[in-house]
Design a protein. Structure first.
Length: 144
């Protein structure tokens, strides 16, 4: 693909969304943002990102429901969605996986984990659902 890969960041917490956007941009990607599940669907349809990083606990509809709706739409069904959540493994994460999420990341997210995920999707080395436990992203030296 020519040009920068586009990443849709879906996070209702403004500080977390801004931090993720800064880091993803520093990794060399174009960023599109949404703060709610319905906005994620709209942005996904309008911008056709290469990857979506989505929180589960969103206002309106959950990230899992937004993923299900994106999967039901022929124009967005093949966009990989990586869930980034503070929820432990359980009903919410299982529903997201059932709706087609490709990975579950657990907040707080470590910068190296974000880099690994972005690298895998950029180079097409995906296909296995992985659950990752991570450390605090905000402690990364890139922010200091």
């Amino acid at each position: 693909m020519a040009g920068k890969k586009k990443i849709l960041i879906v996070e209702d917490n403004e500080d977390c969304r801004e931090l993720l956007a800064i880091l993803v941009k520093r990794l060399g990607y174009e960023v599109v943002e949404a703060a709610m599940g319905l906005a994620a669907i709209d942005q996904g349809c309008a911008t056709h990102p290469d990857l979506i990083l989505m929180d589960l606990g969103l206002p309106g509809i959950t990230g899992g429901e937004a993923r299900a709706r994106l999967k039901a739409n022929p124009s967005t069904r093949n966009i990989p969605v990586v869930i980034n959540t503070a929820f432990n493994v359980g009903a919410y994460t299982n529903r997201a996986l059932d709706a087609g999420a490709v990975e579950i990341l657990h907040k707080p997210l470590e910068l190296s984990t974000l880099q690994d995920v972005m690298h895998r999707y950029e180079h097409g080395t995906t296909g296995v659902v992985v659950e990752l436990k991570t450390q605090r992203l905000c402690q990364s030296p890139i922010l200091q």
